[in-house]
Design a protein around this ligand. Structure first.
Ligand SMILES: [Zn+2]
Length: 437
């Protein structure tokens, strides 16, 4: 398809996505990030069409942008439409192009943020710019928010905004953002659209083993490193029991129905093989997980240190936080202490109601053969912070993808890219959804 056959909103979303990728708003963690330039660009894209926005700087360079689009019916609660402006780092040597080029090749836009989540930021911006140009007014207030720091715990982003500026979200009951609404082609060729209605919870913990420090040449049966390695090996090798949330059950019932396979509520794992690229991510939503991710111990070959520590990334199914914590405790035994680094709640809401109906209808309007299904996200989003204000969040950033396009691998991955047709499909669906939300 050539550029000239695209509509104005479709051209806009492509161009904006490229522009956002070209501003490297990299978040290195530990407070090292900078969203200022990209935030200023977002404000310019809004002011170009007469939409007023405000910047909230939580720390030098850490920028959030908010714009409230007034709805025609003030009796209806507002809807938060949010995206994050930061991206994870990209090592250019591993990529087939400059990760911040935003170049178009093979009918795709390439670059860091192409799926996580400058694509959705661009769709949000293109939609409200289209409204401003045509004079369209939504029925509910749409609170457009671009957050900082999502990739490092949202400390300078959504958590800060919710704590320091709850007034921004006044009157809002629901929210829509990333990691949902994308298509997964199941065995047999049917296209499911995964709408995120649940998220696993997070518990990052630091484990510290203490022991007897001493010379590396003598026997030592109280070696902190030995104790720590035994503990984290147990955690890493633990077989967590299957724990099925109601969202997971609803999802697999649909998968079974659409693929003609058997649905066995006691063991859903056989159905994972029907899911193509989504199998790994969905597999992680059938149980708690705890992966050791960092190690710190020692400073010299012949010195036994007095302590050693490790970081474990724990994730729990809604309702199974205690099981995660208790299991970890029993695996490591009494000699190792656990300190919480970060904890965040699991989310789960039913796949029903007017907003969900509007999402499903918008997908079907553009892809009549599409099958919307609810799913649990294995990671977390800024919806967790908004939940503190009682706002119910969904993941709905629509994308129609080819069956063999491994979308999940591109999140934080090498050669992150988004198909142009997926993106233009997405903006049409998002606009239609918001006009019926
Ligand atoms: Zn993201």
């Amino acid at each position: 398809m050539t550029t000239t056959s695209r509509t104005e909103i479709e051209n806009d979303v492509i161009r904006i996505c490229q522009e956002l990728i070209r501003i490297p708003s990299v978040n290195y963690g530990d407070g090292k990030g900078d969203e200022k330039e990209v935030a200023e660009h977002v404000m310019k894209l809004l002011s170009e069409v007469g939409i007023e926005s405000k910047m909230y700087e939580s720390a030098p360079g850490r920028c959030n942008v908010v714009a409230r689009i007034k709805g025609s019916d003030s009796s209806r609660p507002g809807l938060v439409l949010h995206g994050h402006l930061d991206v994870v780092p990209a090592n250019a040597d591993d990529w087939s192009c400059d990760p911040f080029s935003g170049e178009i090749r093979d009918e795709m836009i390439w670059g860091r943020g192409a799926v996580d989540m400058k694509n959705m930021d661009a769709m949000m911006l293109a939609t409200v710019r289209d409204w401003a140009r045509t004079g369209y007014v939504p029925t509910r207030d749409i609170v457009l928010v671009f957050f900082a720091d999502e990739e490092a715990g949202s400390i300078f982003g959504s958590h800060w905004m919710v704590e320091k500026h709850p007034e921004v979200f006044a009157g809002c009951t629901e929210a829509v953002s990333e990691v949902g609404g994308f298509s997964v082609t199941v065995a047999g060729g049917k296209r499911l659209y995964l709408i995120e209605t649940a998220e696993k919870g997070i518990h990052w913990m630091k484990l510290t083993a203490h022991g007897r420090a001493g010379h590396g040449s003598v026997t030592n049966n109280e070696n902190a490193l030995t104790r720590l390695s035994e503990a984290i090996a147990k955690i890493g090798n633990h077989q967590w029991p299957q724990r099925y949330s109601s969202t997971v059950k609803a999802f697999f019932k649909k998968v079974a129905a659409e693929t003609g396979k058997e649905y066995n509520e006691n063991d859903l794992t056989p159905l994972l093989s029907e899911l193509g690229f989504a199998a790994r991510m969905v597999g992680a939503t059938l149980q708690n997980t705890a992966n050791p991710t960092m190690l710190e111990a020692g400073y010299k070959a012949n010195v036994i240190p007095g302590s050693a520590s490790a970081v474990v990334d724990g994730r729990f199914i809604p309702g199974f936080e205690n099981e995660l914590n208790e299991t970890i405790k029993s695996l490591i035994g009494p000699d190792i202490t656990i300190e919480t680094i970060t904890t965040d709640k699991a989310l789960e809401v039913p796949f029903e109601g007017d907003l969900v109906d509007a999402m499903c209808a918008a997908i079907l309007a553009e892809d009549p053969a599409g099958i919307p299904v609810p799913y649990v996200m294995s990671g977390g989003t800024d919806n967790k912070a908004l939940a503190e204000l009682g706002i119910i969040g969904y993941g709905f950033s629509p994308l129609k993808l080819a069956a063999d396009f491994d979308f999940m691998a591109l999140f934080h991955g090498v050669d992150e890219r988004v198909p142009l047709e997926g993106l233009t499909f997405g903006v049409r669906v998002l606009k239609d959804f918001l006009e019926h939300a």
